[in-house]
Design a protein around this ligand. Structure first.
Ligand SMILES: [Zn+2]
Length: 204
């Protein structure tokens, strides 16, 4: 992008690092921001706030900002006997918006994927085990995505929790296979949560 001044070149370069943004789009967005300075300042502030304030909940690994513990973990009206295990915060948001679940969550931070170099160590699994020991919930609901990696992750967790006195259930099939939870409709999720089934655990 020779010909643009230094700060525009820097902005284009930074935007190109965002997922799904190529050099042409980055250039177009940068020029838009140059031409719309009040908006550019608001955007910069919003990005700064997110970067400075948002962190992970010390209990469930969801996003939180004003407190060390997220709103859901702090909410006294949630059902504390259930923990729903999801891959990412956006899966939690999808399940929350279905309105079908009032328990707690545990955000893994991804799913096991040898191809993408994601190993069990990269997920908040130790933390999940500790939580089950400490809080003694009655049920762990596995809501990993209906993909091969999601299934692998769910099987790994079943094995990991094998000796713990907690019931493990899995969302019912009926979600769109091969995709994330985010494309499921609210109805599909309501059904998948209502019709969740106990996971068979060998040796128990
Ligand atoms: Zn939390």
């Amino acid at each position: 992008m020779a010909g643009y001044s230094r700060s525009i070149r820097d902005l284009i370069e930074l935007l190109t690092q965002l997922p799904g943004i190529g050099p042409r789009t980055a250039e177009r967005l940068s020029l838009y921001l140059v031409h719309h300075q009040p908006y550019a300042r608001r955007l910069a502030q919003a990005i700064e706030q997110v970067a400075r304030r948002v962190r992970r909940c010390a209990i469930c690994n969801n996003f939180t900002e004003t407190e060390e513990i997220c709103e859901i973990c702090r909410d006294p009206n949630r059902d504390r006997t259930r923990i729903c295990v999801v891959e990412q915060p956006r899966d939690l948001v999808v399940i929350e918006s279905s309105g079908a679940y009032r328990g707690l969550y545990h955000v893994l931070g991804g799913r096991i994927s040898p191809l993408e170099g994601v190993e069990p160590d990269h997920l908040s699994l130790d933390h999940l085990v500790k939580r089950i020991h400490d809080q003694q919930p009655e049920e762990i609901i596995l809501a990993t995505s209906p993909t091969t990696e999601g299934d692998t992750t769910a099987s790994y967790i079943v094995e990991l929790l094998r000796d713990l006195p907690v019931q493990i259930t899995r969302l019912a099939r009926g979600l769109v296979p091969g995709s994330g939870l985010e494309i499921a409709t609210a109805d599909m999720l309501v059904n998948a949560i209502r019709d969740r089934r106990p996971v068979e655990r060998p040796g128990r």
